[in-house]
Ligand binder design. Sequence first.
Ligand code: ADP
Ligand code: MG
Length: 185
Amino acid sequence: MRDWSLHLLDLAENSLRAGAGLVSLGVSLEEDGRLIITLSDDGCGMGPELLRAVTSPFATTRSTRKVGMGLALAGQNAERAGGGLHVSSAPGRGTTVEIEADTRNIDCLPLGDLAQTFFSLICLNPLRPDFEWRLRSPRGEEHFDTREIRQALGEGISLGEPEVREYICSLLTEQCETVFGGIMQ
Ligand SMILES: Nc1ncnc2c1ncn2[C@@H]1O[C@H](COP(=O)(O)OP(=O)(O)O)[C@@H](O)[C@H]1O
Ligand SMILES: [Mg+2]
């Protein structure tokens, strides 16, 4: 993958397939340049055997493709950037993927267009699940939650409505700019 955002798009697809009702993303740039990304869901989770195998490039439960690569590739890119990937999961308890990378490492991927990626996930899945993110850097912190937007809109107005989409897109872009603008791509 070209950047972390594309990895996240790919990993979020696992959460959707796992039937998640809520997908939470945390992206934090620490003072020392470490990037910590956390993607958690309340989907079906994984049993211990799959969990053990999941970061090896030969694990998948899909029948359409023999080799599942999403987590393995993200893990490789994290390790290349002086970090790593950790998955915790249990059946019925959801899944959390933690990625750590050193942004000062020359091999660290750029962040990519996080706002556009998250916006796409929301707009392609306007009914379910809910999406939440928390962005943090030495510059500040921002939080976004589709549950709050749904509540404000009331029943009958979908997140897929053009005006709502436009609002979400500009809010996410602004939040990214506030927290990461100028200090991370
Ligand atoms: N968030 C998740 N919830 C439940 N199962 C997951 C999740 N993420 C990954 N898995 C399981 O791990 C397997 C490997 O995932 P991944 O590396 O992304 O490859 P792929 O999606 O191509 O199968 C998936 O097929 C799925 O069975
Ligand atoms: Mg996948």
